[in-house]
Design a protein around this ligand. Structure first.
Ligand code: ARG
Length: 446
């Protein structure tokens, strides 16, 4: 059955191709499609387009479909284009004529827009909580190993004294910025497109403010044509936040792959957490981090893919937009899996002590030797030249964590300041689950 069937049987190959992966992808949206429909029905009753009895019947039927879905029994049947068609069909078979009123004043275009916004809002909130766990783990490691020294690198050459505290803490603060981008994407996402119909509104006197309140959006997306144009734009904002998070994971993974190698040996993992080779008996490979790096790098292509998909589209709905769903939904899943496994690995990471005692790293103390002379009153450039002449044949006195006092240095990591910023930014994320929303809508049964 097609919602738009008008007496001519559509060619099955055409339906198969145009439905694409929707029968699977749209299952992500089922709960939110039902919750959005419940809000729509309450609004239709409010403006007099369905009477009280019809509203009650429709809410109960939608709630029963929600329960069927919770048990995993709601499927998109063969021949159905998408979740919206399936739910409308179910409503008609449960309620007959009344069920057919569900699509009053609505198009699948605004329906899919609202579904995606509700679904991605929830995914953003879940991802933020997971990111918070990683942030806390990195900060805990930073605090635990704040006195364990490490050579810091620039250009992949030993540069200056660093510490595990600084290194772990750097990635924690990186997540702190990623979470702000995620919050911004969430704000952009949290406006209501429902009621804009196919992108041009409707002569039916809808109450769009009511559905916005019911669905707990911050406000409406006002301009009906912009609501449709916003598909792709909000995904782009979300993708940018996901890409930024992925960049943090990828760079951290690269460091780990390097630091675990035989030449560095700064860190290690228990045997159960590294992988082997089918031919070389000695191998202890960091496959987990290589895969996090690879998958995160693929996630970083998401903004570009969205730009390519949408850049030459005219305004109004175009079917190309359907393809946004799978790439964005998959990115949430990919990123979450990467963070989960990274958390497991970081619960088991081992750091090596006394690394900087190796004479190889003697030169990393040369800059502080310059500073020692500066403190004695020698102009910086002269001190620099004097020390440069000594670099090859001298060993410099070693600085330690307590010599570094300014904010953000190895002796003063300011982890609690960073945690306070993170905590403040986390206030952005919280909403009811779909089940809680569905219960709330049932409170409107009269
Ligand atoms: N599956 C479609 C999508 O995700 C739903 C909207 C269909 N609208 C239409 N006019 N064909 O975009």
């Amino acid at each position: 059955m097609k919602l738009w069937e008008k007496g001519i049987n559509p060619e099955p190959a055409i339906i198969e191709f145009t439905s694409g992966r929707d029968r699977k992808t749209d299952l992500h949206l089922t709960k939110w499609d039902i919750v959005g429909s419940m809000a729509h029905v309450i609004m239709l009753n409010d403006v007099g387009l369905v009477n009280d009895e019809e509203q009650n019947e429709m809410l109960k039927a939608l709630h029963s479909l929600f329960e069927v879905d919770e048990k995993g029994n709601l499927v998109i049947e063969n021949g159905m284009e998408d979740i919206h068609s399936q739910i409308e069909k179910e409503m008609a078979s449960i309620l007959g004529t009344t069920g057919k009123k569900i699509h009053t004043g609505r198009s699948r275009n605004d329906q899919v827009l609202v579904d995606i916004r509700l679904y991605t809002r929830e995914e953003i909130d879940k991802l933020a909580l997971l990111t918070e766990k990683l942030f806390s783990r990195l900060q805990a490691l930073s605090n635990q190993y704040k006195d364990v020294l490490l050579p810091g690198y620039t250009h992949m050459q030993p540069a200056m004294l660093s510490s595990f505290g600084l290194w772990f803490g750097a990635y924690a603060e990186s997540l702190c910025d990623d979470i702000l981008l995620l919050c911004t994407a969430r704000e952009l996402n949290n406006r209501n497109p429902l009621g804009t119909a196919a992108g041009f509104g409707t002569t039916l006197p809808l109450n769009r403010k009511l559905t916005s309140e019911l669905l707990e959006f911050d406000d409406l997306l006002y301009n009906s044509a912009y609501a449709s144009l916003s598909r792709g734009k909000v995904e782009m904002a979300i993708a940018s936040a996901l890409a930024s998070l992925a960049q943090t994971l990828s760079r951290f993974s690269m460091d780990i792959c390097m630091y675990i190698s035989a030449e560095y040996r700064f860190i290690d993992f228990p045997d159960e957490y590294v992988t082997g080779s089918s031919i070389m008996p000695q191998k202890r490979n960091p496959d987990v981090f290589e895969l996090i790096r690879g998958r995160s790098n693929i996630i970083q292509t998401l903004p570009n893919r969205i730009a390519m998909l949408t850049s030459n589209l005219p305004s109004g709905y175009n079917r190309d937009l359907q393809l946004l769903k799978e790439i964005v939904f998959d990115a949430f899943d990919d990123l979450s899996e990467c963070i989960e496994i990274m958390l497991l690995m970081l619960r088991n990471i081992k750091v090596r002590r006394n690394i900087t005692e190796n004479p190889l790293y003697n030169t990393i103390f040369s800059t502080e030797e310059v500073n020692r002379l500066v403190k004695e009153g020698i102009p910086f450039r002269d001190a620099y030249k004097a020390v440069a002449d000594l670099v090859k044949n001298s060993s410099f006195s070693r600085t330690s964590v307590k010599d570094y006092v300014h904010e953000g240095s190895i002796g003063n990591l300011c982890n609690s300041e960073i945690a306070a910023i993170f905590e403040e930014r986390m206030k952005c994320f919280s909403n009811k689950t779909a089940a809680e929303m569905a219960e709330k809508m049932m409170g409107y049964v009269k």
